[in-house]
Ligand binder design. Structure first.
Ligand code: IPD
Length: 279
């Protein structure tokens, strides 16, 4: 049977590369920083411009009516964030905006595509490192066209775990985040890390560089593409309470295997977040 989404997949890779080149160029000049929900939730003109470039190119190629778009900056401006059965692109133009602003060298373009609410493919272009991660459902995961695979570590004491603090700095949440980190360190794990971009963190799980990445407070556009890449590299995704992964729930554990995921879940102190698709 002819593969219905191959053209879309190839196009997504090309668009991600073009978007990454724009980000690199923009990083060479002065960056004007604005804030969104709080003083640490940063956004730049580049985020907005690159999202326009990506969505504009996709609309031109695939038509406006049949495909839907969920983009971080469009949602910030009031567009809906609802996943329907229609072919839907889920886009973070600049994942790691804080890194971008500070020149910390991990910034990614994240583009995912879902049909009937199922993720079909994901592309993460780590544009400062010039690494293209991609995966299609059932067809494996790749970095620069080389197959990638999660690590085979099952012993949590031999693992490296990634987590992030996000942008909500209310003292109760920060306390829970640090308490979880403390428990994790004292298991003990080999180390805790964080690249500052959820999409890249998931690719690090997929390559086997780390065993897991978890976070409460991320958004669907941060993790949709990475979710396909982790699964196709042999890893798993779960909710932080051990239930099934829910793209819109703003919480997730991605890991190399169930043993590691479940061990981490034991330590996570869950705090409430508002779903991406909340009315
Ligand atoms: C952020 C990054 C960060 C994660 C935050 C995200 P943004 O995305 O992925 O690693 O901790 O929760 O919001 O705002 O740079 O696109």
């Amino acid at each position: 049977m002819e593969d219905p989404w191959q053209k879309a997949y190839d196009f997504a890779v090309a668009v991600a590369r073009k978007a990454g080149a724009e980000i690199r160029k923009a990083g060479e000049s002065e960056i004007r920083v604005m804030t969104k929900r709080s003083t640490v939730d940063l956004v730049t003109k580049t985020d907005e411009r690159v999202e326009k470039i990506i969505i504009g190119s996709l609309k031109e190629e695939f038509g406006e009516g049949t495909h839907c778009f969920i983009g971080e900056e469009s949602v910030a401006k009031g567009e809906p964030c609802i996943l329907t059965d229609k072919p839907t692109w889920i886009i973070d133009p600049v994942d790691g905006t804080t890194n971008f602003v500070h020149g910390f060298p991990f910034v990614a373009v994240s583009i995912a595509f879902a049909v009937n609410k199922e993720l079909e493919f994901g592309v993460v272009y780590s544009c400062l490192e010039d690494k293209m991660y991609k995966a299609r459902k059932g067809k494996g995961a790749f970095c620069d066209d080389e197959p990638i695979q999660v690590s085979d570590v099952k012993d949590i004491n031999k693992s490296i775990i990634i987590s992030e603090h996000g942008t909500d700095r209310s003292p109760e949440k920060v306390t829970k985040i640090f308490s979880t980190m403390q428990k994790m360190l004292c298991i003990p794990v080999h180390g805790l890390r964080g690249s500052g971009t959820a999409a890249t963190n998931m690719c690090l799980v997929a390559t086997g560089a780390v065993e897991a990445f978890f976070e409460i407070g991320i958004h669907c556009w941060d993790i949709a593409a990475g979710a396909v890449i982790v699964r196709e590299a042999g890893g798993i995704l779960l909710d932080v309470d051990g239930g099934p992964f829910d793209l819109m729930s703003r919480r997730m554990v991605s890991a190399n295997n169930e043993t590691i995921a479940k061990r981490i879940i034991k330590e996570i102190e869950i705090f409430p977040v508002v779903r991406d698709d909340a009315p």
